[in-house]
Design a protein around this ligand. Structure first.
Ligand code: V4E
Length: 227
Protein backbone atom coordinates (compact mmCIF):
# COMPACT_ATOMS: atom_id res chain seq x y z
CA UNK A 1 0.00 0.00 0.00
CA UNK A 2 1.44 3.31 -1.07
CA UNK A 3 0.78 6.10 1.42
CA UNK A 4 1.13 9.88 1.83
CA UNK A 5 0.34 10.81 -1.75
CA UNK A 6 -1.01 14.04 -3.01
CA UNK A 7 -1.24 15.68 -6.39
CA UNK A 8 0.27 19.09 -7.00
CA UNK A 9 -1.47 21.14 -9.68
CA UNK A 10 0.44 24.28 -10.54
CA UNK A 11 0.92 27.06 -13.01
CA UNK A 12 4.20 28.92 -13.27
CA UNK A 13 4.36 32.59 -14.13
CA UNK A 14 6.98 35.23 -14.76
CA UNK A 15 7.39 37.78 -11.98
CA UNK A 16 7.76 41.47 -12.69
CA UNK A 17 8.26 44.67 -10.69
CA UNK A 18 4.49 44.85 -9.97
CA UNK A 19 3.98 41.28 -8.76
CA UNK A 20 4.29 42.09 -5.04
CA UNK A 21 1.97 45.08 -5.32
CA UNK A 22 -0.60 43.01 -7.23
CA UNK A 23 -0.45 40.25 -4.61
CA UNK A 24 -1.18 42.82 -1.91
CA UNK A 25 -4.05 44.30 -3.93
CA UNK A 26 -5.79 40.94 -4.40
CA UNK A 27 -5.56 40.24 -0.66
CA UNK A 28 -2.80 37.63 -0.74
CA UNK A 29 -1.23 37.14 2.70
CA UNK A 30 2.50 36.51 2.99
CA UNK A 31 2.95 33.40 5.12
CA UNK A 32 6.71 33.53 5.22
CA UNK A 33 10.04 33.40 3.51
CA UNK A 34 12.38 30.42 3.62
CA UNK A 35 15.52 29.21 1.97
CA UNK A 36 16.20 25.63 0.94
CA UNK A 37 18.72 23.66 -1.02
CA UNK A 38 17.50 21.04 -3.49
CA UNK A 39 19.49 18.08 -4.74
CA UNK A 40 18.05 16.07 -7.65
CA UNK A 41 19.14 12.50 -8.43
CA UNK A 42 19.03 10.24 -11.47
CA UNK A 43 21.02 7.42 -13.05
CA UNK A 44 23.87 8.40 -15.42
CA UNK A 45 21.57 7.53 -18.37
CA UNK A 46 18.64 9.55 -16.99
CA UNK A 47 16.23 6.66 -16.39
CA UNK A 48 14.07 8.68 -13.99
CA UNK A 49 13.86 12.07 -15.67
CA UNK A 50 13.29 10.52 -19.12
CA UNK A 51 10.17 9.10 -17.48
CA UNK A 52 9.36 12.57 -16.10
CA UNK A 53 10.16 11.38 -12.57
CA UNK A 54 11.97 13.81 -10.29
CA UNK A 55 13.77 12.49 -7.20
CA UNK A 56 14.71 15.25 -4.81
CA UNK A 57 16.19 15.78 -1.37
CA UNK A 58 15.18 19.03 0.33
CA UNK A 59 15.94 19.85 3.96
CA UNK A 60 16.71 16.19 4.68
CA UNK A 61 13.39 14.96 3.22
CA UNK A 62 12.98 12.86 0.10
CA UNK A 63 10.31 13.45 -2.49
CA UNK A 64 9.52 11.82 -5.82
CA UNK A 65 7.33 13.70 -8.31
CA UNK A 66 5.73 11.45 -10.93
CA UNK A 67 3.31 12.14 -13.76
CA UNK A 68 -0.36 11.59 -13.03
CA UNK A 69 -2.60 9.98 -15.62
CA UNK A 70 -3.04 12.09 -18.75
CA UNK A 71 -5.74 14.72 -19.04
CA UNK A 72 -8.99 13.00 -19.94
CA UNK A 73 -12.07 14.44 -21.60
CA UNK A 74 -14.05 14.66 -18.38
CA UNK A 75 -11.71 17.19 -16.81
CA UNK A 76 -11.95 20.09 -19.23
CA UNK A 77 -15.25 20.77 -20.89
CA UNK A 78 -14.52 23.82 -23.04
CA UNK A 79 -11.75 25.03 -25.33
CA UNK A 80 -10.95 27.87 -22.95
CA UNK A 81 -10.69 25.48 -20.02
CA UNK A 82 -8.34 23.16 -21.85
CA UNK A 83 -6.17 26.11 -22.92
CA UNK A 84 -5.93 27.16 -19.27
CA UNK A 85 -5.20 23.58 -18.20
CA UNK A 86 -2.38 23.32 -20.75
CA UNK A 87 -0.55 26.04 -18.81
CA UNK A 88 -0.66 23.90 -15.68
CA UNK A 89 1.32 20.87 -14.67
CA UNK A 90 0.20 18.16 -12.31
CA UNK A 91 2.42 15.68 -10.51
CA UNK A 92 1.86 13.00 -7.95
CA UNK A 93 4.11 13.57 -4.94
CA UNK A 94 5.49 10.62 -2.99
CA UNK A 95 7.24 11.44 0.27
CA UNK A 96 7.46 8.07 2.01
CA UNK A 97 11.01 6.75 1.45
CA UNK A 98 10.21 3.01 1.07
CA UNK A 99 7.48 3.93 -1.46
CA UNK A 100 9.95 6.15 -3.32
CA UNK A 101 12.53 3.35 -3.41
CA UNK A 102 9.94 0.92 -4.79
CA UNK A 103 8.87 3.31 -7.56
CA UNK A 104 12.49 4.08 -8.47
CA UNK A 105 13.35 0.39 -8.58
CA UNK A 106 10.47 -0.21 -11.01
CA UNK A 107 11.86 2.36 -13.42
CA UNK A 108 15.63 2.06 -13.35
CA UNK A 109 17.16 -0.40 -15.74
CA UNK A 110 19.68 -1.59 -13.17
CA UNK A 111 18.76 -5.11 -12.01
CA UNK A 112 18.05 -4.99 -8.29
CA UNK A 113 17.35 -8.47 -6.88
CA UNK A 114 14.89 -9.06 -4.03
CA UNK A 115 17.65 -9.56 -1.45
CA UNK A 116 19.11 -6.19 -2.36
CA UNK A 117 15.62 -4.62 -2.29
CA UNK A 118 15.23 -5.74 1.32
CA UNK A 119 18.67 -4.33 2.09
CA UNK A 120 17.72 -1.04 0.44
CA UNK A 121 14.53 -0.54 2.44
CA UNK A 122 16.32 -1.27 5.71
CA UNK A 123 18.99 1.36 5.02
CA UNK A 124 18.93 4.39 7.27
CA UNK A 125 21.80 5.98 5.37
CA UNK A 126 22.11 6.91 1.73
CA UNK A 127 23.80 3.76 0.44
CA UNK A 128 20.56 2.98 -1.47
CA UNK A 129 21.55 5.73 -3.90
CA UNK A 130 24.75 3.87 -4.83
CA UNK A 131 22.95 0.50 -5.02
CA UNK A 132 20.47 2.01 -7.49
CA UNK A 133 23.23 3.87 -9.35
CA UNK A 134 21.73 7.27 -8.58
CA UNK A 135 23.88 10.39 -8.74
CA UNK A 136 23.15 14.04 -8.05
CA UNK A 137 22.68 15.95 -11.31
CA UNK A 138 21.40 19.29 -10.02
CA UNK A 139 21.94 21.24 -6.83
CA UNK A 140 20.72 24.75 -6.17
CA UNK A 141 19.34 26.98 -3.45
CA UNK A 142 16.03 28.81 -3.59
CA UNK A 143 14.70 31.72 -1.55
CA UNK A 144 10.92 31.38 -1.52
CA UNK A 145 8.27 33.85 -0.41
CA UNK A 146 4.88 32.18 0.03
CA UNK A 147 1.45 33.77 -0.06
CA UNK A 148 -2.02 32.38 0.54
CA UNK A 149 -5.40 33.43 -0.75
CA UNK A 150 -7.65 32.28 2.06
CA UNK A 151 -10.90 31.93 0.09
CA UNK A 152 -9.27 30.04 -2.79
CA UNK A 153 -7.17 27.45 -0.94
CA UNK A 154 -4.28 28.28 -3.25
CA UNK A 155 -0.66 29.03 -2.49
CA UNK A 156 1.43 31.43 -4.50
CA UNK A 157 5.20 31.07 -4.29
CA UNK A 158 7.76 33.54 -5.56
CA UNK A 159 11.08 31.73 -6.04
CA UNK A 160 14.51 33.24 -6.50
CA UNK A 161 17.05 30.55 -7.45
CA UNK A 162 20.75 31.09 -6.72
CA UNK A 163 21.62 30.75 -10.43
CA UNK A 164 19.70 33.94 -11.18
CA UNK A 165 16.21 32.81 -12.15
CA UNK A 166 13.05 34.29 -10.68
CA UNK A 167 9.75 32.48 -11.16
CA UNK A 168 6.32 32.41 -9.54
CA UNK A 169 3.90 29.55 -9.18
CA UNK A 170 0.24 29.22 -8.29
CA UNK A 171 -0.24 25.88 -6.61
CA UNK A 172 -3.14 23.78 -5.36
CA UNK A 173 -2.55 20.48 -3.55
CA UNK A 174 -5.27 17.85 -3.76
CA UNK A 175 -5.43 14.28 -2.51
CA UNK A 176 -4.78 11.57 -5.10
CA UNK A 177 -8.01 11.08 -7.06
CA UNK A 178 -9.21 14.52 -5.89
CA UNK A 179 -10.97 17.18 -7.92
CA UNK A 180 -8.44 18.29 -10.56
CA UNK A 181 -11.05 20.38 -12.37
CA UNK A 182 -11.76 22.45 -9.29
CA UNK A 183 -7.99 22.92 -8.71
CA UNK A 184 -7.59 24.10 -12.33
CA UNK A 185 -10.46 26.56 -11.88
CA UNK A 186 -8.93 27.97 -8.69
CA UNK A 187 -5.62 28.42 -10.50
CA UNK A 188 -7.32 30.09 -13.47
CA UNK A 189 -9.24 32.51 -11.20
CA UNK A 190 -6.03 33.36 -9.36
CA UNK A 191 -4.15 33.86 -12.63
CA UNK A 192 -6.85 36.29 -13.75
CA UNK A 193 -6.67 38.20 -10.46
CA UNK A 194 -2.91 38.44 -10.94
CA UNK A 195 -3.50 39.77 -14.45
CA UNK A 196 -1.54 36.94 -16.11
CA UNK A 197 -2.16 37.26 -19.80
CA UNK A 198 0.47 34.96 -21.36
CA UNK A 199 -0.64 31.79 -23.10
CA UNK A 200 2.82 30.23 -23.08
CA UNK A 201 3.99 27.75 -20.47
CA UNK A 202 6.64 29.35 -18.28
CA UNK A 203 9.90 27.47 -17.73
CA UNK A 204 10.59 26.14 -14.26
CA UNK A 205 13.87 26.39 -12.32
CA UNK A 206 15.03 22.97 -13.47
CA UNK A 207 14.49 23.82 -17.12
CA UNK A 208 16.82 26.81 -16.86
CA UNK A 209 19.31 24.97 -14.64
CA UNK A 210 19.69 22.05 -17.07
CA UNK A 211 19.88 24.31 -20.12
CA UNK A 212 22.77 26.21 -18.53
CA UNK A 213 24.60 23.48 -16.63
CA UNK A 214 23.73 20.10 -18.13
CA UNK A 215 23.28 20.58 -21.89
CA UNK A 216 23.47 16.86 -22.74
CA UNK A 217 20.81 15.98 -20.17
CA UNK A 218 18.72 18.98 -21.28
CA UNK A 219 18.82 17.94 -24.95
CA UNK A 220 17.81 14.35 -24.10
CA UNK A 221 14.79 15.58 -22.14
CA UNK A 222 13.81 17.99 -24.91
CA UNK A 223 14.03 15.21 -27.51
CA UNK A 224 11.89 12.98 -25.29
CA UNK A 225 9.38 15.86 -24.88
CA UNK A 226 9.78 15.77 -21.10
CA UNK A 227 10.71 19.46 -20.94
C1 V4E B 1 8.19 18.18 -11.90
C2 V4E B 1 9.46 18.76 -12.42
C3 V4E B 1 10.53 19.03 -11.63
C4 V4E B 1 10.65 18.86 -10.18
C5 V4E B 1 10.58 20.22 -9.56
O1 V4E B 1 9.30 20.68 -9.73
P1 V4E B 1 8.91 22.19 -9.53
O2 V4E B 1 7.50 22.19 -9.05
O3 V4E B 1 9.19 22.95 -10.75
O4 V4E B 1 9.91 22.71 -8.41
P2 V4E B 1 9.60 23.46 -7.06
O5 V4E B 1 10.90 23.86 -6.45
O6 V4E B 1 8.63 24.57 -7.31
O7 V4E B 1 8.92 22.33 -6.21
P3 V4E B 1 7.84 22.45 -5.04
O8 V4E B 1 8.44 23.27 -3.95
O9 V4E B 1 6.61 23.09 -5.65
O10 V4E B 1 7.59 21.02 -4.62
S1 V4E B 1 11.77 19.64 -12.54
C6 V4E B 1 10.88 19.52 -13.96
N1 V4E B 1 9.67 19.06 -13.74
C7 V4E B 1 8.76 18.93 -14.83
C8 V4E B 1 8.05 20.23 -15.10
C9 V4E B 1 7.57 20.49 -16.36
N2 V4E B 1 7.70 19.60 -17.34
N3 V4E B 1 6.93 21.67 -16.62
C10 V4E B 1 6.78 22.57 -15.65
C11 V4E B 1 6.11 23.88 -15.95
N4 V4E B 1 7.25 22.37 -14.41
C12 V4E B 1 7.86 21.20 -14.13
Amino acid sequence: MVGQMSVEVERKFLCNADTLKTLEEIGAVCVGQRQFQDQYFDTPVFDLTLNDMWLRKRKGCWELKCPTTAVNGTEETSGEQSKAAALCSRYKEITNLPDIQLRVKEVIKEDVDSETTEKISSQEDESWLGIMNLVCFAEFTTVRRSFTLEEEGVQIDLDQADFGYHVGEIEVLIPEGGDVQSALEKIERTAQKLGLTGHQRVEGKMHIYLKRNRPEHYEKLLSAHVL
